[in-house]
Design a protein around this ligand. Structure first.
Ligand code: NDP
Length: 493
């Protein structure tokens, strides 16, 4: 008997029920931190994807016309259930993706907040009236849900990304087929169960599993899918955009980043170093908005490097079940090799490793990489320009505000940026000058319900998390009405 037969089964979720994949194919899901196999995943075949899309299409008519207040109550109930089960969900997430369990719990609770936020927003979807084009007319707009959405999410924040995608789509009245990453599919299934328990009608949400190249691509190109919402790598985003173009699908893309943190000399260097350690090493650097390029004013550069290295050196790397752990496992051996490849090429190009620079050898199992600080990095280095998506930060000095701005804008990405200065006018000037979807001034955080989150340049299309991000799931329709008893006769016939 194969060892995998004893693993807990993770089926698909179609039309309100857990169902086995008809493809007969399966994948194993492992714990990143221990490499233990923890689940067997049913891989959707084309028929399963067709069934999931058909269930969503069938549910759409009723869900789109469900009173907004009822959608609000369901989403609020889901938020309550998420909060009640946050501990259990966090343990599952952490066991799968190797992140510290305390961090997973924070992410699960922030998922609950996103459901609450969009629960409130569901009843605020409004159109407008526009000035009459001629006497005896009334012109107005209404907003209608787009239809069936394919939502494809990555492995770095599995539950939170599912929440960011599902909550606005459900609030808007769309139906969904969600595809989690095959590496981290477990909490998305729990979320489907929670939403069903909260009263979400069958078919409104469906979850299919399997590789992006097949299952993801079938969804993106499926004639029954009206919109694709994707979070992941920029290359994959480009492929999805091209594949979705065939049927002009509506698209939101939240992609990669190489976000700068600009530190001016007038700050409390120790305090900003501590905040900057969080801004890169949370989630082991596997965050699209990780501030992976620190730009420091020349006069405090050495002091900042010293403080930053001292603080980053205190980070506890290892067992994600322990409360004290700051940095857990990377997602996979392949990803660790990719991260290490960036570091070794940087070293070969003359960059200095001020901290880390290799896998954490204390851990024979799992994919632990030491927090790594690279100095002497210039804009020409690959590691300055390309997304590493791991616990690796570069530190580069600048001589003037103009140079800081040039360096900050010196990559193809534009997701987020941090600026640290006591001079508020300068902070705001930098915020105006940096091309990115968001800028944090004197604080390390990046995303909250209510503030739009998303990128410029190669970091993506569209925004998430704000009230207006609901528009990404709505079509605006113009209605022009004749308010008289007579029919207009423009040709005078
Ligand atoms: P991908 O962008 O390839 O994967 C993200 C999601 O897209 C997964 O669910 C994946 O499925 C799916 N997918 C992959 N290919 C396709 C496709 N052709 N059509 C439809 N769906 C698809 O991320 P990777 O895991 O390969 O990571 C590569 C790099 O991307 C990372 O090193 C990092 O730089 C960046 N990244 C950025 C993220 C962000 O938050 N912006 C998140 C994750 C990665 P599956 O994995 O199941 O095959």
């Amino acid at each position: 008997m194969s060892a995998t037969l004893t693993l807990p089964q993770t089926p698909l979720w179609i039309d309100g029920a857990a169902v086995p994949a008809t493809s007969g194919q399966s994948l194993t899901v492992s714990s990143s931190a221990t490499e233990d196999l923890i689940a067997e995943l049913g891989v959707a075949g084309k028929d399963d994807v067709d069934r999931a899309v058909a269930a969503a299409r069938k549910a759409f008519g009723r869900w789109a016309t469900t009173p907004a207040g009822k959608r609000t109550r369901i989403l609020n109930k889901a938020a309550d259930l998420i909060r009640a089960r946050a501990g259990e969900l966090a343990e599952l997430e952490s066991r799968n993706n190797g992140k510290p369990v305390a961090h997973c719990k924070g992410e699960i609770l922030s998922g609950a907040e996103v459901f609450e936020f969009f629960a409130g927003a569901a009843t605020k979807i409004t159109g407008e009236t526009v000035p009459a084009i001629m006497p005896g007319t009334l012109s107005l707009t209404v907003k209608e849900p787009i239809g069936v959405c394919a939502q494809i999410i990555p492995w770095n924040y599995p539950f939170m990304m599912a929440s960011w995608k599902l909550a606005p789509a459900l609030a808007a009245g769309c139906c969904i087929v969600l595809k989690p990453s095959e590496l981290t599919p477990l909490t998305a299934m729990k979320l489907a169960e929670i939403l069903a328990e909260a009263g979400l009608p069958a078919g409104v949400l469906n979850v299919v599993h399997g590789p992006g190249e097949t299952v993801g691509n079938w969804l993106v190109t499926h004639p029954g899918v009206d919109k694709v919402a994707f979070t992941g790598g920029t290359e994959t985003g480009r492929a999805i955009m091209a594949a979705a173009a065939g049927r002009l699908k509506r698209l939101t893309l939240e992609l990669g980043g190489k976000s700068p943190s600009v530190v001016f000399a007038d700050v409390d260097v120790e305090a900003v170093a501590a905040a900057s350690v969080h801004a890169i090493f949370y989630s082991a650097g596997q965050s699209c908005e990780a501030r992976s390029r620190i730009l420091v004013e020349q006069s405090v550069h050495d002091r900042f490097v010293e403080a930053f290295v001292a603080k980053a050196g205190k980070l506890v790397v290892g067992d994600p079940t322990q409360e004290v752990t700051h940095v857990g496992s990377l997602i996979s051996a392949e990803h660790l090799a990719k991260v290490d490849g960036f570091v070794q090429r940087a070293v070969a190009a003359g960059v200095t490793v001020a901290l880390g620079g290799k896998r954490a050898e204390a851990h024979a199992k799992g994919h632990f990489y030491l927090p790594t600080v690279l100095t002497g990095v210039t804009p020409e280095h690959e590691v300055f320009k390309q997304e590493v998506f791991g616990p690796v930060v570069t530190i580069t000095p600048f001589a003037s505000e103009a140079e800081a701005l040039k360096l900050a804008n010196g990559t193809d990405y534009g997701l987020f940026a941090s600026v640290w200065t006591r001079d508020l006018a300068r902070g705001l000037r930098m915020a105006q000058g940096i091309s990115s979807g968001g800028v944090g001034i004197n604080q390390p955080f990046t995303a909250f319900s209510g503030l739009p989150f998303g990128g410029t340049k190669q970091s993506g299309l569209g925004r998430e998390l704000s009230v207006r991000s609901l528009d990404a799931y709505l079509e605006e329709k113009a209605i022009m009405a004749n308010t008289t008893d007579k029919v207009f006769n423009p040709f005078g016939l």
